[in-house]
Design a protein around this ligand. Structure first.
Ligand SMILES: [Zn+2]
Length: 309
């Protein structure tokens, strides 16, 4: 009999399925001659917060675009980190984000402790436009945070808000990248889209923004922003997959621009909150046909350079 994962919650993956998939993922990066993968967009957060997120996806809340979204990796935290290690993900992040004021400092404390327990996690922090943000962002940077997460859609704030400007300045100065969900997918927010980000960058041109989901669905606009600002990067999270192509397809005519930005595109997956196996994201990148050199840069080397790994 096949051993079954200890968690039997719906959507949980069995150990056998994980082992099979790990083989598939490892063959992918082995073929490319890589030492493994670096995934800049994975979600780890306090369990009760993560369970709330899962409940939201289960209920197909409005920010999911009302899409059916069965979470593929609904295990306990230690099992989820073990899955990434089985896949050969050498470094990952703990993307977490507040949806209201007064939460970010607490989340940052949790994330520092998580990174301490998991040395292969890049110490992650977050922020929100609120009094004191500059102080706790500076403290997180001094405590060793290597990447930040900002969620304009869930946070429902204007990233160009005056309250957050000095915090952007601290991050630009410290050259600490910020993965930012600022595109209007899977559903728009009040401040999503390229305009507020263009305003932020006009004031902080050296800010190392990593536009999550390639800016889905405003792909062309965000590619343009990356072409304009040398420190802007994009992550691949969920983009090019069958799931996303079905409702917010990446325009084929923009493929040469993807090739042109080959040194500033980073593998992201959204693990564990994805409605398909992890390997599908990798195959979705491969089938773009941009070649092994592009894949090596995107799946490992660009992030290794950015984070000094
Ligand atoms: Zn995400």
């Amino acid at each position: 009999m096949a051993p079954v994962s200890r968690t039997s919650s719906p959507g949980a993956t069995s150990d056998v399925a994980v082992d099979e998939e790990a083989g598939e993922v490892r063959r992918f990066w082995n073929r490319l001659g890589l030492p493994g993968l670096i995934d800049v967009h994975t979600h780890f957060m306090p369990e009760r917060v993560l369970h709330k997120v899962w409940e939201y996806f289960d209920a197909q809340g409005p920010l999911t675009g009302g899409l059916e979204w069965p979470i593929s990796y609904r295990q306990q935290e230690a099992e989820r980190t073990a899955v990434l290690r089985k896949f050969g993900v050498r470094a990952f992040t703990s993307m977490l984000y507040p949806h209201k004021p007064g939460m970010a400092r607490w989340l940052n404390g949790w994330a520092a402790e998580f990174a301490h327990r998991n040395p292969d996690c890049l110490h992650t922090a977050t922020l929100y436009p609120e009094p004191g943000v500059e102080t706790y962002v500076r403290e997180a940077v001094e405590a060793g945070a290597r990447v930040f997460k900002a969620h304009v859609q869930v946070g429902a704030y204007d990233p160009a808000d005056e309250l957050i400007q000095r915090a952007w300045g601290v991050l630009a100065e410290a050259r600490v990248p910020v993965v930012i969900h600022c595109g209007s997918g899977p559903a728009p927010g009040k401040y999503t889209g390229p305009e507020p980000i263009a305003q932020v960058l006009a004031r902080h041109p050296k800010l190392r923004l990593i536009v999550a989901h390639m800016g889905m669905p405003e792909y062309g606009d965000f590619l343009g922003i990356a072409e304009q600002y040398a420190e802007v990067r994009l992550d691949t999270t969920m983009t090019f997959t069958d799931f996303t192509e079905a409702f917010m397809p990446f325009p084929r005519h923009a493929l040469p621009r993807l090739a042109g930005l080959g040194d500033r595109i980073l593998l992201g997956s959204d693990f564990p909150n994805i409605p398909y196996p992890y390997a599908h994201q990798l195959h979705a990148l491969e089938r773009l046909g941009l070649g092994p050199e592009w894949l090596r840069a995107v799946c490992h080397d660009n992030a290794a350079t950015l984070f000094g790994l």
